[in-house]
Design a protein around this ligand. Sequence first.
Ligand SMILES: Nc1nc2c(ncn2[C@@H]2O[C@H](COP(=O)(O)OP(=O)(O)O)[C@@H](O)[C@H]2O)c(=O)[nH]1
Ligand SMILES: [Mg+2]
Length: 384
Amino acid sequence: MRQFDNIGRIFRSADENDTLLSQVSQYHDSHLPTLWLLGKTGAGKSTLVQAITGNSDAEIGKGFRPCTRTARRFAFPEFKPVLQFVDTRGLSESGYDATEDIKICTKQGHALIIVMKMGDTEQGDVLRAIRQIKSSQQINNSLIVHTAAHSVQDLQERERLVRYNCGQVEETLGSETTSVAVDFKLPEGGTDGVEGLVSALSEMLPIVAVALRKRQCSDEEVKKFQQLQTKVLWYSGVSGVSDIVPGIGLVAVPGIQWKMLTDLAEPYGTKWNKSALAELLGALGAGIGFRYSLKFGTRQVVKFLPGWGQTVGAASAAVMSFCTTYAIGRVACKYMYHKNRNEDVSNEELRDLFYSAFDSVKAVAGQEVAGMSKADHLSQNASE
Ligand SMILES: Nc1nc2c(ncn2[C@@H]2O[C@H](COP(=O)(O)OP(=O)(O)O)[C@@H](O)[C@H]2O)c(=O)[nH]1
Ligand SMILES: [Mg+2]
């Protein structure tokens, strides 16, 4: 086990870098992928957040915090957030100026969600804001959401109303825009169209597909992981950021991964130590474990992932850090789950899971890192 001797040392020294890590997480949490909700009061913005996060009305009400003079943000989850909703309240105030809100919403990957109640054709305030947003040339993804679809029974009438409001928005934006019709509160209870809404949002922001899409699943191990998934995504995002903020990467990534493992152990009623970690990395095989222990650079690990060897030079280290952290988190959860039950889990199974977890967040990592680099670049330019 000599090859793993470095693990404790490196992790301990990284652990001492708490201030550094808290800077990185602060940067991460203020550059979250953003769903910007634009719509009149009563259009259904809060209800939308509630429907797709599964949070209660009360949690939504209390979770929104002012972030500009005219907007509030709702981070999801509240602690260790991986995305945010921004609700523009000032929209109906005369002289609403979107400049500050545009800045907040375009720091990271983002999508503009235009929320309109079915049949409400009075959209002057919304269109005025859209005009301003368009002229900033900062928003490239938008979706129109027609809420309370079932309040209009006649399907042809519904279609006509949808077309009318889409027409108003498209004329203002100067481009075609996807739209979905939903009802969050059917008279008989339940919802309609929420799945389609989440799919449309996932197309624009890949994080939505990973963090918010609920998959029915009967496997207890997977269910347990799903409860911890956003936590793993948060650590992955923070690892990615640490590669972008200059001078932090090599030290920070293993430290962040170690913190993640420690954090994940609690819900499994266990603890990590050097030998448990060595066992897990050993199970993942020479390709992952051995290299990991030698260099601690995710760049090194990734060279041994099938299909990534050739692209590693071109792909950004931050994407690699993100995906590797996620994959390690995923595998560690499975390892702990079975260990706790004294069940065997084969090395192949762990390895396959590592690769599939890695692949499952490539799109998320790509967008986050592109967004963060852009934000970083912009703020550097601004301070020059
Ligand atoms: N029937 C129905 N009611 C809705 C729907 N969306 C929102 N509402 C209701 O409309 C009202 C305003 O919604 P809210 O989400 O607070 O609007 P906001 O001001 O845009 O945040 C609430 O009473 C909601 O219950 C919907 O899809 N169907
Ligand atoms: Mg609201």
